[in-house]
Ligand binder design. Structure first.
Ligand SMILES: Nc1ncnc2c1ncn2[C@@H]1O[C@H](COP(=O)(O)OP(=O)(O)OP(=O)(O)O)[C@@H](O)[C@H]1O
Ligand SMILES: [Mg+2]
Length: 413
C-alpha cells in the first residue's frame, strides 16, 4: 500500500498543504519545529485515529480554527481510493472513503502504517502499559474485530472494579458476592480471548524480532520475547533473568480455567484493594537479550535496536497477513538516534517496503539512498518538492467533507 497524494487543511501548523509522494523512500527535511512530524502524524491519524504524541484530538487542529482535514489518495493492492477525515473541535469527527460517508472508526481498515519514533524506546525501557498497547494495536490491525473485544473487556473491568470498591466500602463478605461471580464470567470470557490472541501474536512476532534485531544491530544478541501472564501469578521484576522469566504459554482451551482459578486465588486481596488484580490488563511482554532482561540491563544502543526490531517485526507480520500490500513505513526522527552502521542497516531493513516516509532535521543523518524523493518543509509550508511526474502527483480536488451527513447515519462500506 502507498500514499499517492496527501492534502492537509488546518492540521497542526499547516493552513494547507499538497504533497505528492513517491513509491519507495520519501524524505521530509527541515529545521526543528517546522512541521515534519506533523505531516507524518496526519497519516498516522488515518491509520489509527490517534496520534503517537497526544491523546486528545484538539492539539491536531490548527490554532484558531475549528476543524482539520486530512485527505489521502491511496493505492491499496490494485485499487485506488480517497480516504479523508475531518477532525472537529466541538462536533463529532467525520470520515469519507471515495466521497461516501463512513464511520470514522472504520477508517483504519483502509490504511495501514507502522510508525517508528523516538518514543518507541519506551517499549523497551518503559512501563508494561506501553508494551500492552503495542500488542493490542497490532492485534486490531490484524483483526479489526478485536477492537470490540478490547473495549468490552475494559468496560467489564471498570464495572467489576466499581463493584469491588463498593464491596470493600460496605464490608460485604467474599462468599456473599453473587454479582461478582457474574462479572467474573464475563471478565474470563473476554479476557481469555485477549490472552489467547496476544499469545499467538507474540509467537508470530518472536522469530521476526530475533531476525530484525540481528539485522539492525549487526550482531545476534539472542533477542527474545515472551508473554508474562498475571493469571499465572508470576510478575517478573528488573532483577529477573530470562532463565527465570515465566514464558510458559497456556494451551488456548485451558486459559479460561486458569483465569478462573487465578480469580479465586486473588479474591481476598481484590476485595481488600478494590481492584482487579489478574487479567490481560496486568500482563506484560518480557524482552531479553543474551538471556538478560532488556529492561534494566541493555545499553542505550541495544535498547534502540530492540525497539526498532519490535517495529520491524510488526511491519513483517502485517505484511504477511495483508491483502492490500505492505504497511507504509514511517521513520520519524529515527536516524538521528542511530550510529552510522545502524543507519545503513535500518535503511536495508526497510528497503523493500512499497513506501517509506522519513523525517529528519539534519539531512546528513539519512543514508543517501533514501534521499531520492526529498521534500523541504519550513514553517508549516512545503517549500520544495520534486516535480510531479506521474498520475500520482495530481492534486486531489477539494471535496466538502460537510456533505458526509450525520456521523450516526453513516453507511458501512
Ligand atoms: N494545533 C497547532 N496549531 C498550530 N501550530 C501547531 C499546532 N500543533 C503544533 N504546532 C506547531 O508545530 C510545530 C512542531 O512541528 P513538528 O513537531 O512537526 O516539528 P518537526 O519539524 O518535526 O521538528 P523536530 O525536528 O524538532 O522534530 C511547533 O512549532 C508547534 O508549535
Ligand atoms: Mg519531529
Amino acid at each position: 500500500m502507498r500514499v499517492l497524494h496527501l492534502s492537509l487543511t488546518d492540521f497542526r501548523n499547516y493552513a494547507s498543504a499538497e504533497v505528492a509522494l513517491a513509491r519507495g523512500p520519501n524524505l521530509f527535511v527541515g529545521s526543528n519545529g517546522q512541521g515534519k512530524t506533523n505531516l507524518v502524524e496526519s497519516l498516522g491519524y488515518l491509520a489509527s485515529l490517534g496520534s503517537h504524541r497526544v491523546s486528545s484530538d484538539a492539539a491536531l487542529i490548527r490554532q484558531g480554527t475549528d476543524s482539520a482535514i486530512v485527505r489521502a489518495r491511496l493505492e491499496a493492492g490494485d485499487r485506488e481510493l480517497l480516504a479523508e477525515v475531518q477532525i472537529n473541535r466541538s462536533s463529532p469527527n467525520r470520515a469519507q472513503v471515495n466521497r461516501g460517508a463512513i464511520k470514522p472508526r472504520e477508517l483504519p481498515r483502509y490504511f495501514t502504517s507502522v510508525l517508528f519514533a523516538p518514543e518507541d524506546l519506551a517499549l523497551v525501557r518503559g512501563e508494561p502499559s506501553g508494551r500492552r498497547r503495542f500488542l493490542d494495536e497490532l492485534l486490531v490491525t490484524r483483526s479489526p474485530r478485536l477492537a470490540g473485544v478490547q473495549a468490552d473487556y475494559e468496560r467489564v473491568l471498570k464495572q467489576r472494579n466499581t463493584l469491588l470498591k463498593s464491596a470493600r466500602a460496605s464490608g460485604v463478605k467474599p462468599n456473599r458476592l453473587g454479582t461478582l461471580d457474574i462479572w467474573d464470567e464475563r471478565l474470563v470470557a473476554l479476557g481469555s480471548e485477549i490472552v489467547v490472541a496476544r499469545d499467538q501474536l507474540v509467537a508470530d512476532l518472536a522469530p521476526e524480532v530475533a531476525r530484525s534485531y540481528a539485522a539492525v544491530a549487526g550482531e545476534d544478541h539472542a533477542a527474545r520475547l515472551s508473554t508474562v501472564l498475571s493469571i499465572r501469578g508470576s510478575v517478573p521484576d528488573d532483577e529477573t533473568t530470562a532463565a527465570e522469566a515465566p514464558s510458559e504459554s497456556i494451551p488456548p482451551a485451558e486459559v479460561p480455567e486458569v483465569f478462573r482459578q487465578a480469580l479465586a486465588r486473588v479474591r481476598p486481596s481484590e476485595l481488600d484493594r478494590g481492584l482487579t488484580l489478574v487479567g490481560p490488563h496486568r500482563d506484560d511482554l518480557f524482552l531479553s537479550l543474551n538471556a538478560l532482561p532488556a529492561r534494566g540491563y541493555a545499553s542505550h544502543g541495544e535498547s534502540w535496536s530492540f525497539a526498532l526490531a519490535l517495529k520491524l517485526a510488526s511491519a513483517a507480520v502485517i505484511r504477511t497477513d495483508s491483502a492490500t500490500g505492505d504497511p507504509v513505513i514511517v521513520l520519524d526522527d529515527v536516524f538521528a538516534e542511530l550510529d552510522g552502521s545502524r543507519r545503513e542497516r535500518l535503511a536495508d531493513a526497510v528497503a523493500d517496503y512499497e513506501q517509506v516516509l522519513i523525517t529528519a532535521a539534519v539531512e546528513g543523518d539519512v543514508p543517501a539512498r533514501l534521499k531520492a524523493h526529498t521534500v523541504r518543509i519550513a514553517k508549516g509550508t512545503i517549500v520544495e518538492q520534486p516535480e510531479p511526474v506521474s498520475e500520482a502527483a495530481t492534486p486531489v480536488e477539494a471535496a466538502p467533507v460537510e456533505a458526509a451527513g450525520p456521523v450516526d447515519e453513516a453507511a458501512t462500506p
